[in-house]
Design a protein around this ligand. Structure first.
Ligand SMILES: Nc1ncnc2c1ncn2[C@@H]1O[C@H](COP(=O)(O)OP(=O)(O)O)[C@@H](O)[C@H]1O
Ligand SMILES: [Mg+2]
Length: 360
């Protein structure tokens, strides 16, 4: 048996068991014997028992979250802390900025700068940040500023209404100008109120409907040289389900290279982030959304040959690999399906009430 190398931690993997599988395969490929530690809040989630070891963490908003996370780090001394959850990333990079402390200890924490992490959660702010660096994005206004939008872009065509701080297509509607006001009011009704927010119309944003087809694009930067782009991977979305890409076909990423390089540089990117981009008939790319983590679209390029977990390991353990991790076949169609696994035995059904309610 090879000597054990430092472990890696995957936080909030949730349903993304494939990430754990692919890190395990990558460890085998580079000949490392590292444990994969799963950090989770829910001990019976699909991922919780799927790693080599599991550490329960409090909810991200719990005052003891940071303390418990630091205890995990002291106990395991991992080389990587990867999170697949937007709220956890907000804690790590913004609210506590614990990410900076972990990095000082030599732990790789993929992600974007605190300013971009905040921007990724706020679609209004994100549009300004993209404009500032010369990346095209649809004009974006709050629900109370629809007149300004209509004055600027005209009232023909369709408009998209969605939650400013939303995810998984929350509050989404596509309407013509005459139904815009109703759609804004209706979307505002389902907004989850934030502390300090006054007008719910400002919690909703409106954009012109972007022309063309929608693509999911993963961009990857070096983990040791932040902001320098090392890979771009793209797929055209063929079908969406519950706010996630359900079927897609891999494509040449060339049309997205310019936006990718600008974002990677500005966001001080390390590791992989996921973008939603529209490409119009003239080949112009317009970015509508950034998820600063492995998103639900990565499997489509991984299955076509990309291997970002392998790249991560090569970077964090200083192992030379060739460029094949960033090569993938174009024209590969893949579709998602569902699986179920046992995550506990001998439980009383009364212990499970909270989960049952959440699922319902
Ligand atoms: N301006 C737009 N033009 C066309 N389609 C859009 C636009 N904004 C959002 N959509 C559609 O709605 C989906 C969800 O919007 P998005 O901004 O990605 O928010 P999130 O994924 O965080 O819920 C997108 O994947 C896209 O299909
Ligand atoms: Mg999106």
């Amino acid at each position: 048996m090879r000597a054990e190398s430092a472990p890696i931690v995957i936080g909030s993997a949730g349903r993304r068991l494939y990430l754990i599988d692919w890190f395990r395969t990558a460890l085998e490929k580079v000949g490392l014997n590292s444990r994969i530690i799963i950090a989770e809040n829910d001990p019976t989630s699909a991922a919780a028992s799927y790693g080599d070891e599991m550490r329960l963490l409090p909810p991200y908003t719990d005052p003891t979250y940071t303390e418990e996370l630091l205890r995990l780090v002291d106990d395991f001394e991992p080389k990587l802390f990867l999170s697949a959850n937007d709220y956890e990333l907000m804690q790590l990079h913004v609210d506590t900025n614990i990410a900076a402390g972990l990095r000082e200890r030599g732990i790789f924490v993929p992600g974007v700068s605190p300013a971009w992490q905040k921007g990724c959660a706020d679609k209004l702010h994100m549009s300004r940040m993209l404009e500032d660096i010369g990346v095209r994005t649809p004009m974006t206004v709050t629900g109370s500023e629809q007149d300004r939008l209509l004055d600027t872009v005209g009232s023909s065509g369709e408009f998209v209404v969605k939650h400013r701080f939303g995810s998984r297509s929350s509050g989404l509607a596509v309407v013509t100008a005459n139904r815009l006001q109703d759609a804004i009011i209706s979307s505002a009704k389902s907004v989850r109120r934030r502390e300090g927010s006054t007008d719910t119309l400002d919690e909703v944003i409106v954009q012109p409907c972007a022309p063309g087809s929608e693509y999911g694009v993963d961009i990857v930067s070096s983990l040791v040289d932040e902001g320098s782009l090392s890979g771009v991977f793209a797929r055209r979305k063929l079908r969406m389900r519950a706010g996630e890409t359900d079927k897609a076909v891999t494509v040449d990423p060339a049309p997205f290279a310019d936006a990718a390089a600008k974002i990677a540089h500005a966001a001080e990117l390390s590791g992989l982030i996921d973008l939603d981009i529209f490409l119009d008939d003239a080949g112009a790319a317009s970015v509508i959304d950034i998820n600063p983590r492995f998103g639900g679209g990565y499997p489509f390029v991984h299955l076509a040959g990309a291997d970002v977990p392998l790249y991560y390991l090569s970077q964090i353990f200083g192992i030379a690999i060739d460029a094949s991790w960033r090569h993938y076949e174009y024209g590969v169609v893949a579709a998602k399906y569902q699986e179920t696994r046992v995550t506990a035995h001998g439980q009383q059904s009364s212990d499970m009430t909270r989960d049952a309610v959440e699922v319902a």
